[in-house]
Write a protein of this length. Sequence first.
Length: 195
Amino acid sequence: MPDLSHYKGIVFDMDGTLIDSMSAHGIAWRKTCEKYAYPFDSQYIHNLGGVPTRDIVKHLNEKHSLSHDLDEVSETKRLAFLDLKDKPSIVDDTYQVMLTYQGKLKMGVGTGAERNNAIQMLSDTGLLARLDTVVTASDVTHGKPHGETFVTVATNMGLQPHECVVFEDTEVGRQAAQNAGMDCIMVINGKIVLP
């Protein structure tokens, strides 16, 4: 268990960090890529974890010299994810951090998911009631790796960025924390990796 007593707030990424949903997102992306003739690369998609769906579609278009409609492909991916009817589970390592610091530090989520999906997943897992704020791709102009998502979480909690620590599972998320001026603790395959 990391000692977070010198911070005033914790910012959790959601998918892959607080909720184990990355495999379902991977399946939804594979189906979407097949439909739109994007070569599917699971590692490439995983590495973009935390990036808003619309921005991932833009990356895929650029990478493969295609020009699919960003909103259409994003909606296809969203529906593919929902069709899986995945029952998300909580990542125990980060949940234990949440339980340990509940009432001691402010807590928020900063995610690349759309607001409706994020609120639904956090509600279904019972995590929403434990959070002071949730900032999603729907709430910011610049998604990860830009720092806006995490800075907004800090602001919503009444804190300065340097007073918060981020838990993240992707390199894009780590870069977003760095760009926000926050320390970052990585969560790899559901396990907290202490520096």
